[in-house]
Design a protein around this ligand. Structure first.
Ligand SMILES: Nc1ncnc2c1ncn2[C@@H]1O[C@H](COP(=O)(O)OP(=O)(O)OP(=O)(O)O)[C@@H](O)[C@H]1O
Ligand SMILES: O=P(O)(O)OC[C@@]1(O)O[C@H](CO)[C@@H](O)[C@@H]1O
Length: 314
C-alpha cells in the first residue's frame, strides 16, 4: 500500500475565464470543486487506478467536512485527523489557452498536539505500507522539519519515503536522504541554488542530489516531459498534448503513475513512462481531476536513455 501525508490539504475550486483582468469583476464561464493538496491528489490518482492507498490529512471546520465528503464521493480511502482550524480553499483561474493562476491560502494553524496526532496517525498507517509519500506545503504551526522527520522515522522501519514539497522543508527533507523526490523545474533550481536552462543542467543538478544520498530524483518539466536520475541511470520521457485544459495536479499524477509502476515491478524507464502518461492525461482534464484507465489509453509516450543534453527547457 502507498500511504500519502498531506499536512495542508485543500478544497480546490477551479473557475474558467475568457480572460483574467486584474482589478475587475470577473464572471466565470464554469466552475468545479475537487478535493486537493498534493498528497491527496497522489492518492486520488492511485485509487482511480486501483492501486491500494490511504490518504492521511488534518481536517477541521466546514471546509474540512466538505473535503472528507468529496474524498468519500471519489472513493479515496482516507484517515482524517480532527483539528480545530478550518481546511483551506485554493482557487485556480484557468484561461482558454490553459494558462492557470493559482491562489493558495496559507492553511489553518495546527497546534503541537495536532501535529503529533497527524504524525502518529501516519506512522500507524505505515505499518502496512511499502511507500509513504509526503507532499505539499506545511501549514502554520507545523515545523519545517516534518518531512525530514518522516524520512528518518519511516526509512528506519523499512518503508520507502517519497517527498514533493517546496521552500524551506525541501532541503531539510533531502538532507535526510529520502528514496525519491519529485521537484519540478523551479523547485530543483531552488534546491541546488542556481538557474537550470537546459536538459543537461537539470541532469547535473539531479545527479548532485543523488550524490548527496537521494536514491531517485524525478524532475517534472511541464510540456518538456520529465527526467529520472539514479546513481547509474538516466531517463527522459515526454508526451505531446494538443489542448491542455488544466495543469493543476499534473505533477502529483506523474508521481502517482511513477509509484504505481514501481510497486508493480517496473524499472526506471517503465515507471517514468507511466508517470508521464498519467501527468499528460491529467492536463487534458478540467480542474485537478485525476485520470482513470480510460483517460490513459491513447497517450503516446516517448522516452530515451540518451536525451539531448543541450536542449533548452521552455
Ligand atoms: N503542456 C503539457 N503537455 C504535455 N505534458 C504535460 C504538460 N504539462 C504537464 N505535463 C506532464 O505532467 C507532468 C507534470 O507537470 P509539471 O511539471 O507542470 O508538474 P508540477 O509543476 O509539479 O505541477 P503541480 O505542482 O501542479 O502538480 C510533466 O512532467 C509532463 O509529463
Ligand atoms: O500550497 P501547496 O501545498 O504547495 O499546493 C497545493 C496545491 O496547489 O497543489 C495541488 C496541485 O499540485 C492542488 O491540489 C493544491 O491546491
Amino acid at each position: 500500500m502507498i500511504v500519502t501525508l498531506t499536512p495542508n490539504p485543500s478544497v480546490d475550486r477551479t473557475m474558467s475565464f475568457e480572460r483574467i483582468a486584474l482589478g475587475e469583476v470577473q464572471r466565470a464561464a464554469s466552475g468545479r470543486i475537487d478535493p486537493g493538496g498534493k498528497g491527496i491528489n497522489v492518492s486520488r490518482a492511485l485509487a482511480a487506478n486501483e492501486t491500494p492507498t490511504l490518504a492521511v490529512l488534518p481536517a477541521g471546520g466546514p471546509e474540512g467536512h466538505l473535503l472528507t465528503e468529496l474524498l468519500d464521493a471519489a472513493r479515496v480511502p482516507h484517515l482524517a485527523v480532527e483539528i480545530a482550524g478550518s481546511a483551506r480553499m485554493n482557487i485556480a483561474a484557468v484561461e482558454p489557452d490553459g494558462t492557470t493562476t493559482k491562489l493558495n491560502e496559507a492553511g489553518p494553524h495546527l497546534t503541537d498536539a495536532e501535529v503529533s496526532a497527524l504524525f502518529g496517525a501516519t506512522a500507524r498507517a505505515c505499518v502496512s505500507a511499502s511507500w509513504v509519500v509526503g507532499c505539499g506545503s506545511l501549514p502554520p504551526g507545523v515545523p519545517t522539519t516534518l518531512y525530514a522527520e518522516l524520512v528518518r522515522r519511516m526509512s528506519g522501519r523499512g518503508v520507502k519515503v517519497a517527498i514533493d514539497t517546496s521552500g524551506a522543508p525541501f532541503p531539510l527533507a533531502v538532507a535526510a536522504r529520502p528514496h525519491l523526490i519529485k521537484p519540478n523545474h523551479e523547485e530543483l533550481a531552488e534546491l541546488v541554488g542556481r538557474p537550470l536552462s537546459t536538459v543537461g543542467d537539470v541532469v547535473d543538478a539531479a545527479r548532485e542530489l543523488v550524490a548527496d544520498g537521494v536514491e531517485t530524483v524525478v524532475v517534472s518539466l511541464g510540456a518538456d516531459g520529465a527526467i529520472a536520475v539514479t546513481a547509474d541511470e538516466l531517463v527522459w520521457a515526454g508526451a505531446k498534448i494538443a489542448d491542455p485544459l488544466s495543469t493543476v495536479g499534473a505533477g502529483d499524477c506523474l508521481l502517482a503513475g511513477f509509484l504505481h509502476s514501481t510497486v508493480a515491478g517496473g524499472d526506471l524507464e517503465a515507471a517514468l513512462r507511466e508517470g508521464v502518461r498519467w501527468g499528460a492525461a491529467a492536463v487534458r482534464l478540467p480542474g485537478s481531476q485525476v485520470p482513470h484507465l480510460e483517460d490513459l489509453t491513447d497517450i503516446e509516450v516517448h522516452s530515451t536513455r540518451t536525451p539531448q543534453l543541450d536542449r533548452v527547457i521552455s
